[in-house]
Design a protein around this ligand. Sequence first.
Ligand code: UTP
Length: 291
Amino acid sequence: MKITKAVIPAAGLGTRVLPATKSMPKEMIPIVDKPAIQYIVEEAVNSGITDILIITNRGKGVIEDHFDHSMSLEDVLKRNGKNEMLKSIENIHKLANIHYIRQIETKGLGHAVLKAKTFIGNEPFAVMYGDDVIIGDIPATKQLIDAYDDFGKGVLGIKKVDQKDIYKYSSLKVDHIHDNIYKCTDMIEKPKTDDAVLSLFSILGRCVLPPEIFEILEHTDPDSTNELQLTDAMKKIANTYGMTAVEYTGKRYDMGNKLGILQANIEVGLKHKETKDGLRDYIKELAQNLQ
Ligand code: UTP
């Protein structure tokens, strides 16, 4: 079945980026001149997705405004002959059919995804974490959808993380199939001890799930922090049917933490036509005096 729907959970509190996220959603933090969530919507569209559900919450209304048609702003830019600027905004509202639902209570990623049950119905769908921007030649979500087409199982977007960081992420049991494709049969969210670590592969930012995930989520208990973890529900699928894992190509930027935001802005800024020359000169000069 062709995958045309994606869910973008964007209802988290963003506490790691406070105070910036006190009144602004972290998904709206820009990389140079574009908010993180626009990169994600563009990746979805470039992966063949036509319908997107963004899971929001209180204070996230600016996300809806961003994907709305801003006629008055377009009129001003048109009148003033600001054609380049006009070009940068006039197609945003046409990118995809974007729908919104509020999570209301912030009870974890699994709880957020469960809000998409009616929207998704009985189809496989992509989940694109709202604070993970992935930039590369082939859209990461497309790589996962291709693996779904090949293997017919749920797909996890994975990358290796440093040993010291695995305790903050999920850890997966995987067997190599070929190239960057693995079979995943088990996983654990935030392993607490060395023995609990299954590998340094972790799910980072993207997955493709079968619709059965909703019933499983409905019967999964929240964790000790009272959050419903998506990993705990996916583990049940991995344990029974197995899942496919794709070590996707492309660079992932974690827009949910301060260093990730800075790295994204520097690396994208070094490629952006308006900023690359000035930023390169600036970094070179700065680096000469760095200890
Ligand atoms: P995170 O755990 O990174 O988001 O979830 P967070 O809770 O905002 O992070 P802190 O507060 O800095 O630790 C990954 C994605 O899932 C969404 C977040 O918005 C983020 O895009 N999410 C998380 C929800 O939509 N609902 C939730 O209850 C939790």
